[in-house]
Design a protein around this ligand. Structure first.
Ligand SMILES: NC(=O)c1ccc[n+]([C@@H]2O[C@H](COP(=O)([O-])OP(=O)(O)OC[C@H]3O[C@@H](n4cnc5c(N)ncnc54)[C@H](OP(=O)(O)O)[C@@H]3O)[C@@H](O)[C@H]2O)c1
Length: 252
């Protein structure tokens, strides 16, 4: 259980290979961390992450098969993780960026992407909320994106999935109010990770460690929504206020 100074004992990562999730795990206070469950599609990245965590002296590190699109499997996966012991922090870190141009000409691939990013998150998020409510404590950290604040021509398929995810996560946070459990919605801008490798950087680009530091500080303060970096909050407020015709002419 999270102690008085915000140190977690147990973390479940959904999207166990995510670079941002890996940075958050490194940034969390290590003093009391005893159990980490990495749930994701089998990969060398996830196994390396598990080995790194064991190397840090975390006693109980487990990898679990999890595909966000396989919603029928989510209940059993979440129940198994919580049945083995309370979970203090759940990181919802899976996501696919995709290639907008390719997705526009391949509706089935677009559906696959939104199924992972949005449908999968709704499914697993509700199962997590059920267990957090039962245990009466715990934080669900949802990696949303500024892309969901206002969908851009250049990536509106991904952006729409993040808009849906973000709205869902905010509503879930409201639904959990008073239960002892809560939701932290994280809206990063462009983060230099595997997901964005080879892409031109957007303004205010940052790295996974900087996002992780913001997330850990936000958890300690009990925040419900955070931008990474923080400057993106006023920037996105201004962008959202732009008339459509002006917004449409923005580069990228
Ligand atoms: N990087 C950015 O600029 C940025 C900005 C804003 C928000 N975000 C969000 O932050 C989160 C983490 O991204 P990241 O930068 O850490 O990228 P990342 O390292 O590519 O991590 C994404 C993870 O999602 C997993 N994943 C994809 N589809 C999945 C599925 N169907 N089932 C289970 N896992 C699946 C990937 O696993 P596989 O290896 O199996 O594909 C990968 O481990 C994502 O939700 C992303 O949208 C990222």
């Amino acid at each position: 259980m999270i102690n008085a100074v915000g140190q977690a004992q147990s973390v479940l990562v959904l999207g166990g290979g995510s670079e941002i999730a890996g940075a958050i795990l490194r940034a969390l206070p290590a003093a009391r961390l005893q159990r980490v469950v990495l749930a994701g599609r089998r990969s060398s990245v996830m196994e390396e992450r598990a080995a790194e965590l064991r190397g840090r002296g975390i006693a109980d590190v487990e990898t679990v098969d999890f595909d966000a699109r396989d919603t029928a499997s989510h209940g059993a996966i979440i129940d198994a993780a919580f049945d083995a012991g309370d979970i203090d922090i759940v990181l919802l870190a899976f996501g696919v960026l995709g290639d907008q141009e390719a997705l526009e000409s391949d509706p089935a691939a677009a559906v696959d992407l939104v199924t992972a990013n949005y449908v999968g998150a709704v499914s697993v998020g509700l199962h997590v909320a059920r267990r957090l409510r039962q245990q009466g404590h715990g934080r669900l950290v949802v990696l949303s994106s500024v892309a969901g604040d206002r969908a851009r021509r250049a990536n509106y398929i991904y952006g729409s999935s993040k808009a849906g995810l973000d709205a869902f996560a905010q509503g879930l946070g409201d639904a959990l109010a008073g239960s002892g459990a809560s939701v932290l919605v994280v809206r990063p801008g462009f983060v230099r990770t595997t997901m964005t490798q080879g892409m031109s950087e957007a303004p205010f680009a940052t790295d996974a460690d900087a996002v992780a530091a913001i997330v850990v500080a936000a958890l300690a303060k009990g925040r419900e929504t955070v931008y990474a970096p923080a400057v993106l909050r006023p920037v996105m407020a201004a962008i959202k206020a732009l008339p459509r015709g002006v917004f449409r002419r923005l580069p990228g």
